[in-house]
Ligand binder design. Structure first.
Ligand SMILES: [Fe+2]
Length: 140
């Protein structure tokens, strides 16, 4: 059973960039919904396994992927935001960004443009792929 993580800072800690009301909405309504629906879907999958009735498996797997990734992405967001986040990456990360993007300015520009292009409530995040050994902007 998935449990909500504790928000590591007060709801107003990200102001003025992220309002208390917006963080409250994302934590207490949207994130909670993803966690609750992940658990409801897991219960339905348990029941399907007990009954050995997989007639609705496509829908259940799709729901599990949607709600589960929504919960995980919100946790990534909550855990990586905070009032004292540095404005630039550390030296090791900066070297990798320059290697992969050419410059920090180009990385920021690409990330900003990717963020503007996302639809609805999707996210853009930075990922370091262990196999690729490259930093990528990922749109979810
Ligand atoms: Fe959200």
């Amino acid at each position: 059973m998935l449990k909500m993580i504790e928000l590591p800072y007060p709801l107003n800690a990200l102001e003025p960039y992220y309002s208390k009301e917006t963080l409250d909405l994302h934590y207490n309504i949207l994130y909670k919904g993803y966690v609750d629906n992940t658990n409801k879907t897991e219960e339905k999958l348990n029941l399907a396994r007990e009954k050995r009735d997989f007639s609705n498996i496509k829908c259940l797997e799709k729901d599990l992927s949607f709600y589960g990734s929504g919960a995980i992405l919100h946790e990534l967001f909550f855990e990586n935001m905070g009032p004292a986040i540095p404005t630039e990456p550390n030296i090791e990360l900066m070297k990798q960004i320059i290697k992969d993007f050419g410059s920090y300015a180009i990385f920021k520009e690409q990330f900003t443009e990717a963020s503007k292009a996302v639809e609805a409530s999707r996210l853009v995040y930075v990922s370091v792929g262990a196999k690729m050994e490259q930093i990528r902007n990922i749109t979810m």
